[in-house]
Design a protein around this ligand. Sequence first.
Ligand code: NAI
Length: 399
Amino acid sequence: MIIKPEIQGVVARSAHPIGCEASVQKQIDYVKSAKPIKNGPKRVLILGSSSGFGLAARIALTFGGSQADTIGVSFERGPSEKGVGSAGWYNNIFFKQKAEREGSKAINIVGDAFSDKVREQVIEAIETHFDGEVDLIIYSLATGVRPKPYGDGMWRSSIKTIGESATGATIVLENDSWQQTTVEPASKEEIESTIKVMGGEDWESWIDTLINSDSIAPSCKTIAFSYIGPECTHPIYHEGTLGRAKVDLHQTSHALNLKLANYGGGAYATVCKALVTKASVFIPAFTPYILALYKVMKAQGTHETCIEQMQRLFSDKLYNPQGVPVDGERLLRIDEYELASDVQEQVSTLMGQMNEENFKSVGDYAGYKQEFLQLNGFDIEGVDYNQEFDFEELVSLKP
Ligand code: NAI
C-alpha cells in the first residue's frame, strides 16, 4: 500500500509513518544544535505527548541537553481496518526508539488522560521507572471533550465568542478555500463546559493525584500552555470561550504554585505563540491571522515552530538559574516575538489587504499548509512517498 494525504475539512484522515519518523528526527536534529538546556529535569511526565507542544517538549528535554527520561500520555489510534492510524501513534513509536537508542527511558501510555485507569498506569510507571518521583509535569492536552465523573456523559467545548458574534474567514485545508464565517456567542452552559474541558480543573486534579501518591520530587515544577494573542484575535480567542478557559488555567497555576511551593517547586501557565497544530486549525476565523503572522515573522527571521518554542522555554526560562521570568500576572511568556509591536503593525496591514482572492499570496498559505501536512508526516524533504507499506508490518509496531 502507498499512503497519501487525506484531509477532510481541517482534519487529517491519514498519516505517513516514515514522514512522522523524519519529522521527529528533524526536531531532534534541531535541539541538538540549539542552545542546550542546563540544570534541566531528569524525570518528566508529559500529558499530551504525541504531537504539537507536548511532543516538542518531550524531544527538547530528552535530546536538547537535559537527557531526561519521560513518561508520555496521549490518545492516539493505531492501524486498523479503519485506516493507517494517527500521526501521534507513529510519533510515539519513533520517539521511543530514538530516545532508547541514546540511553533515555521513554514510556508511552496510550489512553484517556481523564480516566482513573490512566492515572493508575502513570503512578505505576513513576514507581517502576522513576524511583517514585517526577521533577516536571507538562500538561499539554488539547481536546474537545472530557468525560463527566461516574459515566454521566461528556462535557464538550465550544469555540465561540462571548457576548457579541464575530465574523472572519476560515480556510478549509481540504480544498484550500476561504469561507466567510460568523462565530456566534456561546450560551452560559457552553462557556462552563469549555472551561471544564480546557480550563485548569483537570491539571489541578493530576497534580493532586501525584501529591497524594507521594510522586512529587523536591523542586518539582509543572507547566500548562496558554494563548493570549493580539487584540485583533481577542473576540474569537481571548475574550471568547477558549480565552475564558485559559484564564481559569492561569488562576489554577497560582493555586498549584502554592501547593508545589511546599516542595520548593512552582507552577507556571506558559503563554505560547500561535502555531499550526492538529488542535489550532479548528479555531474558526483565526487562519488569516496565522497566515499574516507567518509571513511577517518568517521575513523577520523570528518565526518559531513548537520545537523552537520549547527548546527556548527550557534553556532560557524555566530552568534559568536567576529564576523563572514571569510577567505582572505571573505568566511565563514565550509569545514576546509574536506580540512585538513592529510584527503586529505589519500583521494588521496584511490582514487589512487579505481577501478570498489573494490570501495565498498576501499571507503565507503555502507555509501554513505545508506545516499542517508535515504534522501528519507528508511533504517532508527526503521522504520517498512512493514507498510501499506492508500493513502487517505497521500493525506490528507498538508504542
Ligand atoms: P495537539 O493537538 O498537537 O496535541 C494534543 C495532545 O493531547 C496530543 O498528544 C493528544 O494525543 C493529547 N490528548 C488529547 N486528548 C487526550 C486525552 N483525552 N487523553 C490523553 N491525551 C489526549 O495540540 P497543541 O496545539 O500542542 O495544544 C497543546 C496545548 O497548547 C493546548 O492547551 C493548547 O491550547 C495550547 N496552545 C496551543 C497553541 C497553538 O497555536 N497551537 C498556542 C498556545 C497554546
